[in-house]
Design a protein around this ligand. Structure first.
Ligand SMILES: Cc1cc2nc3c(=O)[nH]c(=O)nc-3n(C[C@H](O)[C@H](O)[C@H](O)COP(=O)(O)OP(=O)(O)OC[C@H]3O[C@@H](n4cnc5c(N)ncnc54)[C@H](O)[C@@H]3O)c2cc1C
Length: 288
């Protein structure tokens, strides 16, 4: 195996584009190193992105959004008061990843690019309307987060391409987001179902919303019908009932050792209701 530590994304793209065997990028390594140790993946080229200037930075963008470097560990997201105030749901999704030790290494970019449908940070990013900046041999492009995963363990990145930053839009006024997952234990487990809701208010009425579900399809899914169920409402009982029903219909999970398909469908509805209530309370400036 060849280990590379390029100092620019352009150099990293050049190495990846020229590699003939199996290539993996190395961010926190909490997926890829575990997979290598287990013999599941044996890369010919391992390209460490952590030596590239700026990859450890969280910065405000000119439009009031956020740019998160691809080597920013989970622990640094929660430590950033401004980011946590704007996007508590995104931060709480990442903070659910693993343990304190894992949090010291694991990144949003790695969680996304690993391609797990149960990745805990991805529903929050999708609900937030986050995009990824992608750098490759042809230059730079951006893509909505929900369009990056292609199925379990797969992404739509072309040969030589990598995620070079994660971009969150400006939070704006009267907005809130939330992420909830169900696991059989209290921590250190893979989501059986995850759900994120992001919404903005005009007075008490929901003006815009995005709802994402994890672990109920081959990729994390954006569910526009679930957003439509609550837009224009005050999240009253009728809206909550519609949201629950639509979230359940959108869930197309498999059965596995962590939960049956029927159970996951039921939980998708429950989590959608609960996450929406938390996001709504946050948008109103209430503690939730
Ligand atoms: C004990 C333990 C507990 C865990 N618990 C959870 C959990 O609760 N929830 C959860 O979602 N996950 C969990 N994970 C999985 C893992 O920690 C997360 O997926 C983590 O966010 C991966 O980030 P990383 O930076 O370590 O990725 P890495 O391991 O460095 O990379 C992961 C994959 O993404 C690719 N990659 C990384 N960066 C880029 C990039 N910039 N561009 C393109 N490709 C890239 C790599 O090539 C690799 O295929 C756990 C792992 C362990 C070991």
């Amino acid at each position: 195996m060849r280990y590379h530590s390029p100092t620019s994304f352009t150099d990293a793209a050049g190495i990846a584009a020229g590699a003939s065997g199996l290539t993996r990028f190395l961010a926190g390594g909490t997926d890829v190193l575990v997979q290598m140790r287990a013999g599941m993946v044996q890369p010919d080229d391992l390209i460490d992105l952590k030596k590239i200037p700026g990859v450890g930075d969280i910065t405000r963008t000119d439009d009031g959004g956020w740019r998160i470097g691809v080597a920013v560990p989970g622990i640094a997201l929660g430590a950033n008061a401004g980011l946590k105030t704007d996007w508590p749901g995104v931060v709480e999704g990442m903070e659910l990843v693993g343990s304190t030790q894992i949090q010291g290494r694991a990144t949003l970019a790695g969680n996304l690019c690993n391609g797990s449908p149960a990745a805990d940070s991805v529903p929050g990013l999708v609900a937030a309307g986050a995009t990824v900046e992608i750098t490759g041999p042809e230059g730079t492009r951006t893509l909505p987060v929900e369009e990056l995963p292609a199925g379990p363990g797969k992404t739509h990145l072309a040969k030589g391409e990598m995620v070079s930053a994660i971009l969150l839009p400006p939070r704006g006024q009267h907005g809130g987001d939330a992420y909830l997952r169900f696991i059989p234990r209290t921590e250190m487990d893979i989501a059986v179902v995850g759900c994120a809701v992001n919404l903005t208010l005009d007075g008490d009425t929901i003006k815009s919303a995005r709802v994402a579900l994890g672990a109920v399809a081959p990729t994390v899914i954006l569910v526009p019908e679930a957003a439509e169920a609550i837009i224009g409402t005050t999240l009253d009982d009728a809206a909550i009932a519609k949201l629950e029903s639509v979230a359940k219909s959108a869930a197309k999970p498999i059965s596995d050792k962590r939960g049956t398909s029927e159970f996951r469908v039921e939980i998708a509805g429950v989590l959608a209701k609960r996450a929406a209530r938390i996001a709504y309370a946050r948008a109103k400036g209430e503690q939730a």
